[in-house]
Design a protein around this ligand. Structure first.
Ligand SMILES: [Zn+2]
Length: 293
């Protein structure tokens, strides 16, 4: 009797280890033989086994729950990152489409031979003006400053590819002649300010950095392109620039200030009348050497 009681105690002591399968074969045999003949220990074994299995189940459930939570978090994070990536791609893609299309439009004007451009820059003491009437092989170009007290001062160039050029110096009422054709300062290419035509790196960089919105400017539907301190208003229809704001333009080496240019242009409207030179009788002819370099 007392011997059996000892067996029970030993077996019950071993049961947790037996269930967790950490006992050796000899012990297993001993435990199994005993619970087969002892109802008390068998019941205890079954109870222990159930509670052990229940424990394992909750443990697994908890793990699964944790994994699900972790997975959900990762999914949210992935979605956020993908959304940001998509927005960035759409932003840059839109810029690329706009800039690319403006450049292919502007490109069509490069070889035009009949145009009128007025280019104004605003300065504290007056307005800088460059104006050109171009018609095939000849042009009239005005270049100088407009001041309220003194009016326009500067020079007027008439150039002809066949006969040569004359430059009128309004300040000193003199003019000079040369057989050379003086190249104009202003042309259709010069008013394509965002020119990215032969510069793929500038095109890509601008597509990344520029902020582009739609506005009206100088009577035209424009894209307003903000890019690293320079704002360019580009005509949607032609791809040509109608206004430039530069917040840190270099005036002299140690002076920087904002600058504004306004540009007006027309194509295929220039006639002979627009190319009329100043009345020569008011000007004195001077020796004039022109250095095309
Ligand atoms: Zn027993």
């Amino acid at each position: 009797m007392s011997k059996e009681y000892d067996y029970c105690k030993i077996v019950q002591d071993l049961l947790p280890s037996y269930i967790e399968k950490v006992t050796d074969e000899e012990t297993n045999k001993f435990v199994e033989e005993h619970i087969n003949i002892c109802d008390k220990c068998k019941k205890m074994y079954n109870d222990l086994l159930h509670s052990f299995e229940d424990n394992e189940k909750t443990k697994i459930k908890k793990e699964v729950k944790y994994m699900k939570k972790y997975k959900n978090k990762m999914t949210v994070l992935k979605t956020i990152l993908l959304t940001i990536l998509a927005v960035v791609i759409i932003y840059i893609g839109r810029n690329m489409i706009i800039i690319g299309s403006l450049q292919s439009k502007a490109n069509k004007y490069t070889d035009m031979t009949n145009y009128h451009i007025e280019w104004y820059s605003y300065e504290p003491d007056g307005i800088g003006i460059t104006e050109i009437y171009m018609q095939d092989d000849e042009y009239l170009q005005k270049n100088g400053d407009y001041n309220i007290e003194e009016g326009f001062s500067g020079n007027i160039t008439y150039a002809n590819k066949v006969t040569g050029s004359r430059v009128y110096f309004l300040d000193v009422k003199a003019y000079g002649e040369t057989e050379e054709y003086i190249e104009p300062w202003m042309n259709m290419e010069a008013i394509n300010y965002i020119n990215t035509q032969n510069d793929i790196l500038r095109f890509i960089w601008m597509s990344i950095t520029a902020r582009i919105s739609t506005v009206e400017c100088n009577g035209r539907e424009c894209y307003k392109i903000d890019d690293l301190g320079v704002t360019t208003y580009v005509d949607k229809e032609t791809g040509l620039t109608v206004r430039v704001l530069n917040v840190s333009a270099t005036v002299t080496e140690d002076r920087k200030e904002s600058s504004v240019f306004d540009i007006f242009y027309e194509v295929n409207t220039v006639t002979d009348e627009d190319l009329e030179e100043p009345d020569k009788s008011e000007f004195e002819k001077v020796d004039f050497s022109y250095d095309p370099s």
